[in-house]
Design a protein. Structure first.
Length: 50
């Protein structure tokens, strides 16, 4: 699970026009993870770690 700041970075990079593959390379995560979080609403807050 990604942290809130990482999710914001994904949204920011998407708004700047970067591809999901480029974002994945930049953040060191899989493209599927980028896709999963990109499809979430902008106000999504990840649940706390346990």
């Amino acid at each position: 699970m990604l942290k809130k700041g990482e999710i914001k970075m994904i949204k920011k990079f998407l708004a700047e026009g970067l591809s999901k593959s480029a974002i994945a390379r930049k953040l060191g995560i899989s493209r599927d993870t980028v896709r999963r979080y990109a499809n979430l609403p902008d106000d999504y807050i990840p649940p706390p770690y346990q």
